[in-house]
Write a protein that binds this ligand. Structure first.
Ligand SMILES: [Zn+2]
Length: 368
C-alpha cells in the first residue's frame, strides 16, 4: 500500500430520500401491510402493562399528550421527519390521532395513571419525580411497543428474514428486557406522590412561547460535546447496557416546557452534563435541537414551518443522520475500531452542523 492510501475508510450510510414510482409504492405498501398485520397480532400483549388485568382491546395511547399536539397542529395535522428527509416511502404528514401512539395499556389506566402529566398546568413548573416517572413510563411503553412490533415482524418474515435483521433483532430483544425492567421503576415512581431519587433532572426550562415542534422520547447519544463516548451502540456484548436520556419538548398553554432527565443509575453522563452546564442558554437550546434531530425520527413538526426551515441543509442533514457505516481496513478489528472512531467524531455534538435554533423565540409559532 502506498503512503497516500488510507489504511482504513468508513462511510456513514444516512437515510436516503427514496422516491419510489407510485405503482411499486402501492405494491410495497400492500406487502408491508400484510406483514404488519401478522406482526401486530404477534406483538399484542394479553394484559395491561400497568394494572396487569387481562385485556382484549387496548387504548390508543399517545406518547406526547394530545393537548401539546393541539398547540401546534394545522387542521389536526402535523409533519413527520419524513418532511425533512424527503422521498415518498414514509408519510410526511400525520393526524393527531395517529401521532406517536402505542397500544399497551387499558383505557382506565391511560386516563387515570397518567392524569398528572396529562394536565396542561403540570408542565408549567419544574416536574416532580412523579411526573418524571410518568413521562419515563410513557417513553418506555412506546419503545417496548415498537420493539414488540419489530420482533413480531421478524417472526412474520420467517425464512424471508436475512442475517443482518436476525442480528439486529437479537440485540433488540436484549434492549427490550432492559426497557421492561426500567418500566417497572418508572411505573412505581410515576404512581407515587412520595418524592423519589430514581431520576436526575438535567435540565428544565419553560419558554414563554410555543415552539414549532413537539418531542418526547428517550435517545441514547453516542458522544458528548467533544466526542467522548456515552453509549457504544457497536458493543455486541449482551452485558453492555445502553444508558438512554429522556428529552421532552412539550408545548402547553401558550408556553413550551423543555426538559431532559435520566435515570439516577446512568453513570456515563458526567462529562456531558458538565459541558452542557457551561453553555449559554441559547447554546443549551441549540444542543437539544441537534440531539433531537440527529438521534430520533419521531419529531412532530408544525405545518406552519416555512420551506426555508424544512429545506434547511443542516436540519435535513441531522434528520438523515444514522450510525450505520460501511468501509474497509486491514483487519476486521481495525475496521471495527475505525468505524467506532469515525462515529464518535461524526456524533460529537460540537461537530454536528448547526440547524436553525427552533427553540428560540424567532421561530415561535406566533412569529412564523
Ligand atoms: Zn390497566
Amino acid at each position: 500500500m502506498s503512503e497516500n492510501e488510507p489504511d482504513a475508510i468508513s462511510f456513514r450510510q444516512d437515510f436516503p430520500a427514496l422516491d419510489i414510482p407510485s405503482e411499486e409504492l402501492i405494491g410495497y405498501k400492500r406487502t408491508m401491510s400484510e406483514f404488519n398485520k401478522t406482526a401486530k397480532t404477534e406483538a399484542k400483549p394479553d394484559s395491561c402493562y400497568i394494572c396487569g388485568k387481562p385485556m382484549t382491546s387496548f387504548c390508543n395511547s399517545h406518547t406526547i399528550p394530545q393537548y401539546c399536539l393541539k398547540e401546534i397542529d394545522v387542521d389536526g395535522k402535523l409533519l413527520t421527519t419524513a418532511a425533512l428527509i424527503g422521498g415518498n416511502l414514509i408519510d410526511s404528514e400525520v393526524g393527531i390521532a395517529g401521532a406517536a401512539t402505542f397500544k399497551r395499556v387499558c383505557r382506565q389506566c391511560d386516563s387515570e395513571y397518567f392524569k398528572l402529566y396529562e394536565t396542561p398546568e403540570t408542565l408549567l413548573s419544574e416536574p416532580t419525580s412523579q411526573v418524571l416517572g410518568q413521562i419515563a413510563a410513557k417513553n418506555l411503553l412506546r419503545e417496548i411497543s415498537k420493539g414488540r412490533l419489530e420482533l413480531g415482524l421478524h417472526t412474520a418474515l420467517g425464512e424471508r428474514s436475512n442475517p443482518e435483521f436476525d442480528t439486529m433483532m437479537a440485540v433488540r430483544a436484549v434492549d427490550m428486557k432492559e426497557d421492561e425492567k426500567a418500566f417497572k421503576t418508572a411505573v412505581r415512581v410515576g404512581g407515587s406522590e412520595k418524592p423519589s431519587k430514581a431520576y436526575h433532572l438535567v435540565y428544565y426550562k419553560l419558554l414563554p412561547y410555543v415552539v414549532p415542534f413537539a418531542f418526547q422520547q428517550m435517545i441514547s447519544p453516542m458522544a458528548d460535546f467533544n466526542g467522548g463516548l456515552i453509549n457504544n451502540s457497536y458493543n455486541p456484548s449482551t452485558n453492555y447496557k445502553m444508558e438512554p436520556i429522556h428529552i421532552c419538548i412539550l408545548p402547553s398553554k401558550g408556553a413550551t416546557a423543555v426538559l431532559m432527565f435520566r435515570s439516577e443509575n446512568a453513570n456515563r453522563y458526567r462529562k456531558f452534563e458538565q459541558q452542557f452546564r457551561s453553555l449559554s442558554e441559547q447554546a443549551k437550546l441549540l444542543s437539544i435541537v441537534k440531539l433531537v434531530f440527529a438521534y430520533s425520527e419521531d419529531v412532530l413538526l408544525s405545518k406552519k414551518l416555512p420551506q426555508s426551515v424544512l429545506k434547511n441543509e443542516e436540519l435535513t442533514y441531522l434528520a438523515r443522520m444514522n450510525h450505520n457505516y460501511f468501509g474497509f481496513a486491514n483487519s476486521p478489528n481495525d475496521y471495527k475500531k475505525h468505524i467506532y472512531e469515525t462515529a464518535l467524531e461524526d456524533h460529537a455534538i460540537n461537530n454536528l452542523p448547526d440547524p436553525p435554533n427552533l427553540l428560540l423565540e424567532e421561530y415561535a409559532l406566533g412569529n412564523l
